[in-house]
Design a protein around this ligand. Sequence first.
Ligand SMILES: C[S@@+](CC[C@H](N)C(=O)[O-])C[C@H]1O[C@@H](n2cnc3c(N)ncnc32)[C@H](O)[C@@H]1O
Length: 389
Amino acid sequence: MSIYIITPCTRIQYLQEISKTIPRECIWVIVYDSNYTDRILPYGDIILRPKNIRGSYGKPHINYALDALKLEDSDWIYVLDDDNIIHPDWYETISPLCNDGYNILSWGQLWNDDTIRLRPTEHMVFRAVDQASYMWRYGFNSVARFDEDYFGDGKFAEKLGQKSHRIDRYISYYNYLSPESMTEEEKEDFDAGVLEFLSKNDNNYAVNFNNNNLLTDQDATNLLRIEQLDYSTDNTTDLSHIKEIYLKSRKYRGGTACEVGSLGGQGTLSLCLAGLNVTSYDNDGQEGFKDKREFLCRDFNVNWIVQEGLYALNDEIKYDVVFHDSYHYDEVIPELVAFWYYKVKDKGMLIVHDVETFSHERFMFLIGNPIFERTKDAHGRELGTYYKN
Ligand SMILES: C[S@@+](CC[C@H](N)C(=O)[O-])C[C@H]1O[C@@H](n2cnc3c(N)ncnc32)[C@H](O)[C@@H]1O
């Protein structure tokens, strides 16, 4: 079994940067466009220079490689554009799964500022996946080829004709080396567009969304409500992170959440909307917010506790989700560690705001280096999510 990374190439200026990210264990195939007649750069394990293969968004190049390479049924194919890189966690995540009988592996995708572009999904449908967010085992459909147009990626994913094995991690980027100059709003529009497309074009998704990471109409409504909240207070968690908390918490619908640091209630509301029964601690250090948050979450039965977060350690209750956002810097580490061990259920998750303010390495060490993700908002504040088991 070999893993082939195929890169159609017209933009040779990125090859050096890309080469640094290609795992040594993979076979990197560069297919030069026929319009490119200059020298070949010393990158790639296999270099293909077909005649009359040009343009069409690299699709004929991929087809050419699929025809030209001596591929085995057990080999895996991953297409990497010539302006993208391999995510540092990609190889170690996918390689243990390549001999497990799966036909397609898929995962989530990030913009190059590490914000989420595509959530992990097992649905191989146009717009829900990108070329870089899946790979397929050649032998399970060795005749499938790309349509030679811009939307060829998504259509090819559909041609593969079955669900993928979904990896719940964000291990690909989108156009990492030549990011489109999208504003945060445009990114959110993209996100909304994907959701709308999915929910309008296939009624099955409305049903299926709840069982996976795709979104229902109800989610779209909830996200819209979250978007319309007031984020102008300095200490309020950023909209992008409040949405992330909502999206990550949905899978615990019907379960429980504990929030530490309620302030205006934006985080509380996102947890409530995600379907969790919320207990929220705030010592009311920032006066005037108690009424605001209680009003904001008036439709839900939140257990508001006016106490320091540490007070939660007095009982033995554990939660599916703990969102910690009270005080920061290294002095918060002991409290976070205590919450991790005593307040997060076995399959639960801890979400921590402002993780850039403390020694992350030390924190990770103290909680036993679980699987985690870090995302950054537009102001550089980071949200960490730590998964138990
Ligand atoms: C950054 S704000 C929380 C923002 C909020 N999570 C949101 O969704 O926008 C911090 C809040 O933590 C509260 N706080 C500070 N120290 C605390 C402590 N030791 N225990 C509980 N709450 C605390 C403050 O009163 C303030 O309301």
